[in-house]
Ligand binder design. Structure first.
Ligand code: ADP
Length: 287
């Protein structure tokens, strides 16, 4: 059984007013437990709307969202439980830090769930370590942390709720290249260790290529592709038509192939590209 299933979703904002806007229509897909899913799409394609539907922050105008086989809106009064099970890290989550210490900020979610102090303490320390914060930073004010560390603290606050599904909306936006790389590898380690489901919305094809098992491609409120990362990036022309691109290394491999060099155009990471180019060069030497 899939962990999340979206069935014929339609979402209309401000229905019946002059501002009516259909943000999503005909969206259906299933996500298996433990998968790492990337969501890509042009600005305004419906990514944020979609992820807010998955954790019950928005209610579909039509269609159903199932979590472990159960319609999440079957009992609207219990929607809070869905929000604990499907943890959501919003864009620029550090703006939501407000407690006097980092510890208290990370402990806020577990506290809301009604966990006791001992369990909360365990969760706070584990979540801080997953995101790469040091123990001594837990006693600091969040405002003493650097930008990247604030982001980690905010993400730790969601991880501390131990959600079955973790959704991250543009988690590396605004960080410098080293900060991006560090945070992304923390997210990859978290997924590897916890083996739970992670959904990452990102503009960075390089980030998605490195980390996702499958990619859901959104365009104008519809999911136009949902396939393995390699298969999606092998459709460079189709992606370009909807304003997206393939990872730069894939593009280089495609351009080299057009020049008559026998490069492998299914390559999606720099490491794979390097291996392929080195093997072509050494074959040429031998020949
Ligand atoms: P993305 O995350 O891919 O940029 P969004 O889900 O934010 O896309 O937006 C999808 C569409 O819905 C866009 O046309 C956007 O302008 C519109 N939209 C988003 N939020 C609202 C809202 N609260 N009210 C009205 N329209 C909205």
């Amino acid at each position: 059984m899939s962990i999340i299933k979206a069935e014929n979703i339609k979402l209309v904002y401000s229905a019946g007013t002059a501002f009516e806007k259909t943000a999503l229509s005909d969206v259906s897909f299933e996500i298996e437990k433990g998968e790492f899913i990337g969501i890509i799409g042009h600005t305004g394609s419906g990514k944020s709307t979609l992820v807010q539907l998955l954790n019950g922050l928005l209610r579909p105008t039509e269609g159903r969202i199932y979590l472990e086989g159960k319609d999440i809106w079957e009992e609207p009064k219990k929607i809070r439980n869905v929000r604990f099970k499907v943890g959501m890290v919003f864009q620029y989550p550090e703006y939501q830090l407000f407690e006097e210490t980092v510890y208290k900020d990370i402990a806020f979610g577990p506290g809301n769930m009604g966990l006791d102090d001992k369990e909360t303490d365990k969760r706070v320390r584990e979540a801080a370590s997953f995101t790469g914060l040091r123990e001594d930073q837990l006693d600091c004010s969040p405002f003493e942390l650097s930008g990247g560390e604030k982001r980690r603290a905010a993400i730790a606050g969601v991880i501390a709720m131990d959600p079955d599904v973790l959704i991250l909306d543009e988690p590396t936006a605004g960080l410098d290249p080293l900060g991006r790389e560090a945070l992304l590898s923390r997210i990859a380690d978290y997924h590897k260790n916890k083996k739970n489901t992670v959904i990452l919305v990102s503009h960075s094809m390089e980030d998605i290529a490195k980390i996702a098992d499958r990619i859901l491609v959104m365009s104008q409120g519809k999911n136009v592709m949902f396939d393995s990362t390699r298969n999606v990036f092998s459709k460079g022309n189709e992606l370009e038509k909807i304003g997206l691109r393939v990872p730069q290394i894939t593009k280089i491999m495609m351009l080299l192939k057009e020049k008559g060099i026998g490069t492998d155009t299914s390559v999606i990471t720099v490491e794979e590209g390097l291996r392929n180019i080195v093997s072509i060069l050494s074959d040429n030497k031998k020949g």
